[in-house]
Design a protein around this ligand. Structure first.
Ligand code: FAQ
Length: 328
């Protein structure tokens, strides 16, 4: 679509036909691409969500990353290394998607570091034993898959396409977590206790990953109308519970919710209510590890200054060399 048209008037400053074209593209379930006209609110919402998602992947490297040096075998170390590296890749991929909307990656990082942009609440909880690595794979990557598979059909092309690749890797991550836990459950009573303890600590925070309940989710209605989000927070949370309960049974662990039971009539599980005050506290910066996570991120950014400067200088030299070559 032509984005170079001038004298914008009408909704969101657009000529009515530009808005109409955008609305039609969304209604037909087609994709909006970077050069298409889009309402400013749509662009801002996408930058907000994609940036938060990217920040979550980068901060999300920390809880498991802490176990790389303490992994119980070379095999587990190699697997964990690869997983954490994948998370870095997802973050960079998502920052690139945000850049297609005119955002600047350095600016997004500044916003995160200054606490002006969010990252997922889940990464503010500590990883106390190696079983936590398995439970993060099973629950956190499992929740990420539930949330992100529908995002492969998100209306913004670059985000949807990024999700396809990311989901493939998340699927491998989830299976490695479950396999790790299966191995521990076949081990000693102490190992089985470690798994159950990790399950108890991560269950409720994992349910909170899907966001506040629908009636307290200010962004959902508009994001669903724009088909950025395809399902509501509660709907995806329910899916996650339905998917996870049989896996817990097979593994031999108990999910820490006395209200959890199959509802024959609805064809879904009933379950308890997460502590929404806790979610709000963690989002506002008052979770068990918020300060530690941000401090680590700030330090990594500062320590990486020389790398960014060297890369920029190298790119400038390369460009100058290419210009010279073109002249000769
Ligand atoms: C569903 C939601 C997260 C929130 O729905 P929305 O419609 O956007 O918002 P809504 O109106 O419902 O909420 C009101 C306010 O509350 C905020 N908030 C809500 N929930 C949270 C929360 N849990 N944590 C923190 N903040 C939260 C929300 O931003 C909003 O604040 P704002 O108005 O911005 O100031 C959506 O953005 C989404 O699907 N994102 C994409 C997926 C994504 O980012 N995934 C990340 C995990 S990646 C991963 O796990 C991979 C991995 C695995 C293992 C290891 C390492 C990596």
């Amino acid at each position: 679509m032509d984005t170079t048209r001038s004298s914008p008037v009408g909704t969101d400053g657009a000529e009515p036909d530009l808005q109409q074209h955008f609305d039609g593209t969304i209604a037909r379930d087609q994709r909006i691409e970077p050069r298409d006209w889009m309402p400013e609110g749509y662009r801002k919402t996408l930058i907000r969500q994609i940036a938060q998602h990217a920040h979550s992947e980068i901060i999300g490297m920390q809880p498991e990353g802490e176990w790389i040096t303490r992994a119980p075998s070379l095999r587990r170390k190699a697997i964990l290394f690869a997983k954490v590296q994948d998370e870095a890749g997802h973050g960079l991929y998502l920052y690139s998607a945000a850049e297609t909307l005119g955002a600047d990656r350095a600016d997004l990082t500044e916003r995160l570091i200054e606490g002006r942009q969010k990252y997922s609440s889940i990464f503010n909880y500590p990883t106390l034993s190696f079983a936590d690595v398995g439970v993060i794979g099973w629950f956190v990557d499992g929740a990420a898959i539930c949330n992100q598979v529908p995002l492969c059909r998100s209306s913004y092309g670059p985000y949807a396409r990024a999700m396809v690749r990311i989901c493939k890797e998340e699927s491998f991550h989830q299976r490695q977590g479950y396999e790790l836990l299966m191995t521990m459950m076949r081990g000693t009573p102490e190992q089985r206790e470690m798994v159950q303890d990790a399950v108890n600590r991560w269950w409720w925070p994992s349910l909170m990953m899907f966001g506040p309940p629908d009636d307290a989710s200010p962004n959902s209605a508009q994001s669903m109308a724009w088909k950025i989000k395809r399902h509501s927070n509660d709907e995806l949370r329910r899916r996650f519970v339905d998917m996870t309960v049989p896996q817990a049974e097979k593994l031999g662990v108990t999910l820490p919710d006395p209200e959890l039971r199959w509802n024959e009539e609805r064809g879904h599980h009933d379950f308890g209510t997460p502590d929404w005050d806790e979610l709000m506290r963690v989002i506002k910066g008052d979770g068990p590890c918020n300060d530690q996570r941000m401090e680590r991120r700030r330090t990594a950014h500062e320590e990486g200054t020389w790398v960014r400067e060297a890369a920029t200088a190298h790119a400038a030299k390369q460009a100058a060399r290419e210009r010279k070559g073109a002249v000769a």
